[in-house]
Design a binder for this molecule. Structure first.
Ligand code: MN
Ligand code: MN
Length: 462
C-alpha cells in the first residue's frame, strides 16, 4: 500500500521553480548567453535593425543569401531577406522537405510610436512630431521617458537614408511631454486608457528658432535645416519615410541578484534570439530546419512582411522545388513552434490570472496551447497529439517548462502568428518566455526562462 505522499508524487502535476535545481555551472552559462541577448536587444530596436543584426549573427555562422536555382544540399545554410524587415533562415536537412520541416517563428517588431507621414510642426515656439502608435500600448506609459528615433527616409531618386539617433552616448533624445500633477486635476479625472490620448502623443524635438525675426515657424525651420544638413532631406521626404520612436535606454540586468533582464522590446526578440542562436548552432539536421523572424505581428501580421502573407509558403516552395517535391506536402508534414511571449503572473496584479494556468518567472519555457479571446476566438488551438510530442521532447531533454494562458477567461486576450502558420496545414503550438509589463517601454523577463527557451529551440531544430 502506497502512502498518500508517494501517490501524490506519482499522480499529481508538480512544477517547481527552475532556479531551485540550477547548478552554478549552468547559471554561468545562462548569464553568459544573456549577455549576447542583451547586445542583440540594443543592436536591433526596430524590425529593420533586428533583421540586420540577425543576419550579421547568421552570416558569422555560415549562412549565405538565398540564390535562385542553386542546388542546395544537406547541411547548406541560407537566408531569405524579405525587404529588410523579415528574414527566413534555413538549414537543409538530410531528408527531403516532403518529410516535413521543423519551423520556429518569432517576430521582431515591437510596440512603438511611428511618425505620421506629415509629422513636423511648430506650436508655442516649440517644434514637435505628430505620431501614430504602433501595436497595443498603454499610451500614458510613453510620456516623460527618453525616446530615440530609428528608421529610414526613402527619397524619390531611390536612395534610402538610415536614421538612428538617441542611442549613442552624447546623442540627443526626444520626449512626449506630460502635465505636471499641479495642473492635472482635469486630466486625472480621465480613465487610465484615456489619460493620454493618441493625438497627445506628440514628440518634442526642438526649441531653438532660426535667427530671423520676420518669417513665422522659425523653430520648425531651424529643425528642418538641421535635418537637411544631416540627412539631405526636405519636409516632403517625410511622406516616404518610416521613422519609429522607441525608448532610448539600453537593456540591463534587473534585481539585486541579476536574475532578470529589463529592456524595451523583449516581445518578441526574447524568442527571436533563442531561435536564431539555435539554428546557428545546427550542422546537418535530419529534417530541414527553418527560423522565420517576422514583422507586423503587433498589428495583426498583415502586409507582405507579416506572417499572414505568402512569405513562409514561398520559402518552403523554393526549397521543395529544388528537391522536386510538392510544397503542400512539405507544409502538411511540417511542425512549428510559434515562439512568442506570454503574460507572467504579476504579484501586484494577480487577479487577472487564474493561478493554476498562469505562467511564472523562472518556471521555464511556457507552452501556450491556445491564445485568443472570449470562446477561444482568433487562435490556433494546438492539437493534444502535437502538444504531447513537444512535452515528450522537452522532458527527454531535461528542459524546464510550464504551461500558460493569456489571463483569466473573458478578461481580454491576444493572438500570435501561430494561427497563420496553422492555416497552411502545419502543426503549431506557441512556446516562449513569460514577460512582466508586456508592451510597456520597459519589459521584464527572467534569464533562466530565456535560456530554457533557447535549449528548447535547439532541441526542436536539431
Ligand atoms: Mn509577441
Ligand atoms: Mn506583443
Amino acid at each position: 500500500m502506497k502512502s498518500a505522499e508517494e501517490l501524490k508524487k506519482e499522480l499529481f502535476l508538480d512544477r517547481k521553480n527552475g532556479l531551485l535545481s540550477c547548478e552554478d555551472e549552468k547559471w554561468a552559462k545562462i548569464t553568459d548567453y544573456c549577455e549576447g541577448y542583451k547586445k542583440f536587444l540594443d543592436d536591433g530596436k526596430t524590425e529593420r535593425e533586428a533583421a540586420k543584426a540577425a543576419i550579421a549573427i547568421a552570416e558569422k555562422a555560415g549562412f549565405l543569401p538565398f540564390e535562385e536555382g542553386k542546388n542546395y544540399k544537406a547541411g547548406d545554410k541560407y537566408y531569405v531577406n524579405n525587404r529588410g524587415k523579415s528574414v527566413a533562415f534555413v538549414v537543409v536537412g538530410k531528408s527531403t522537405v516532403d518529410n516535413g520541416i521543423n519551423i520556429s517563428a518569432a517576430h521582431i517588431d515591437s510596440p512603438r510610436l511611428d511618425l505620421k507621414p506629415n509629422p513636423l510642426y511648430e506650436d508655442a515656439e516649440l517644434s514637435l512630431f505628430k505620431t501614430h502608435y504602433y501595436g497595443g500600448i498603454k499610451k500614458y506609459q510613453w510620456t516623460a521617458t527618453p525616446l530615440s528615433l530609428h528608421g529610414v527616409f526613402a527619397k524619390k531618386d531611390g536612395t534610402v537614408v538610415d536614421v538612428n539617433i538617441g542611442e549613442e552616448q552624447g546623442d540627443p533624445c526626444f520626449v512626449v511631454t506630460d502635465l505636471l500633477p499641479h495642473l492635472a486635476q482635469e486630466q486625472s479625472k480621465r480613465t487610465l486608457a484615456d489619460g493620454i490620448r493618441g493625438e497627445e502623443l506628440n514628440i518634442l524635438i526642438g526649441s531653438k528658432p532660426f535667427k530671423d525675426d520676420k518669417a513665422s515657424e522659425l523653430v520648425k525651420l531651424n529643425i528642418m535645416a538641421i535635418l537637411n544638413e544631416k540627412y539631405g532631406v526636405t519636409e516632403e521626404d517625410f511622406l516616404s519615410a518610416e521613422l519609429e520612436c522607441v525608448p532610448a535606454f539600453k537593456s540591463c540586468d534587473l534585481g539585486f541578484d541579476r536574475s532578470m533582464i529589463g529592456a524595451y522590446g523583449h516581445d518578441d526578440r526574447v524568442c527571436a534570439y533563442p531561435a536564431l542562436t539555435a539554428i546557428c548552432e545546427i550542422q546537418t539536421p535530419e529534417k530541414t530546419a527553418m527560423v522565420i523572424l517576422a514583422d507586423k505581428e503587433e498589428i495583426g501580421s498583415d502586409g507582405n512582411t507579416g506572417l499572414n502573407s505568402a512569405f513562409l509558403k514561398y520559402v518552403v516552395r523554393d526549397i521543395a522545388e529544388i528537391q522536386g517535391k510538392d510544397y503542400t506536402v512539405a507544409l502538411r508534414n511540417s511542425k512549428c513552434l510559434s515562439a512568442d511571449v506570454n503574460a507572467a503572473l504579476d504579484p501586484t496584479f494577480k487577479d487577472v490570472s487564474e493561478p493554476k494556468n498562469a505562467c511564472k518567472l523562472n518556471y521555464g519555457a511556457v507552452i501556450t496551447k491556445y491564445t485568443g479571446a472570449r470562446g477561444k476566438s482568433g487562435t490556433s488551438d494546438a492539437s493534444a497529439e502535437y502538444v504531447a510530442q513537444i512535452r515528450g521532447m522537452l522532458d527527454k531533454a531535461g528542459i524546464t517548462w510550464q504551461t500558460g494562458e493569456l489571463g483569466r477567461v473573458d478578461l481580454g486576450g491576444g493572438g500570435t502568428v501561430a494561427m497563420y502558420i496553422a492555416n497552411l496545414g502545419v502543426d503549431v503550438v506557441d512556446l516562449g518566455v513569460p514577460v512582466l509589463s508586456m508592451h510597456a517601454p520597459f519589459e521584464t523577463v527572467s534569464k533562466f526562462d530565456v535560456y530554457e527557451t533557447y535549449r528548447t529551440m535547439l532541441e526542436f531544430l536539431k
